[in-house]
Design a protein around this ligand. Structure first.
Ligand SMILES: Nc1ncnc2c1ncn2[C@@H]1O[C@H](COP(=O)(O)OP(=O)(O)OP(=O)(O)O)[C@@H](O)[C@H]1O
Ligand SMILES: [Mg+2]
Length: 205
């Protein structure tokens, strides 16, 4: 899927004042492209992600996905956040299966797809572990599997590795690259780390 933003403006009301966050943003992300969005804290990266995810709407201008205006969230565009936000009472398998359950995917298929996604993020040994038994990196792996299992066309990643140590972060960067090459998903990856941005993608916004 192709993402296009055309003359997008977005502001928020803060303590009675208008804060302009995005002004005349224009961009195109091609299908299958891996693009990084780089910028300092507060510059509007998460806001940009929310607009594409359909969680927020522009004041003016348009956000298109495959030539259709984004009108709300969709399982075609999923967000992976900095904090994994897994359900603490569910195992890794339970967390990854959750979205499929909501979508009423039959149990056998659900199990197969979940296990495949868990394998893709190298968590197979921890399918039955609960979030409190996982390290930060493992939690992010589980969160990634939870998104991948729904087979989104676009993966929106908002500083997913920011809270990890350098070594784990490097490992997950390499693995994400492999997943991208295998699945050919369109990925928008937010970071404020220049090294991460230049390592991960050919084009940095
Ligand atoms: N729902 C909201 N209501 C009011 N203001 C908001 C809202 N969301 C974002 N903002 C403001 O918009 C600006 C940009 O926020 P945003 O979260 O997009 O930045 P960011 O680039 O993701 O920062 P960080 O790197 O710290 O995550 C900030 O000034 C923030 O306070
Ligand atoms: Mg942010």
């Amino acid at each position: 899927m192709r993402v296009v933003l055309r003359r997008v403006h977005k502001s928020f009301e803060q303590k009675g004042q208008r804060v302009q966050v995005l002004s005349d943003v224009n961009l195109a992300v091609e299908e299958g492209e891996f693009i990084c969005v780089l910028g300092p804290s507060g510059c509007g990266k998460s806001t940009l992600i929310s607009l594409i995810a359909g969680l927020e709407f522009p004041d003016s201008g348009e956000v298109f996905v495959d030539s259709k205006i984004v009108e709300g969230p969709s399982s075609d565009r999923l967000v992976v956040f900095q904090e994994a936000a897994l359900f603490p009472w569910l195992s890794v398998l339970g967390n990854v299966e959750f979205g499929l359950k909501l979508a009423r995917v039959p149990e056998k298929e659900r199990r197969e797809r979940a296990l495949e996604a868990i394998k893709m993020v190298h968590l197979a040994r921890f399918v039955n572990a609960h979030p409190h038994e996982l390290s930060g990196g493992m939690k992010q792996r589980a969160a990634l599997a939870r998104a991948l299992v729904l087979d989104p066309k676009i993966l929106l990643m908002d500083e997913p590795f920011a809270a990890l140590d350098a070594q784990t972060r490097n490992l997950l960067q390499v693995e994400l690259q492999e997943i991208w090459q295998r699945t050919k998903k369109t990925i928008l990856f937010v970071t404020h780390n220049v090294r991460e941005a230049t390592f991960l993608s050919d084009r940095v916004l």
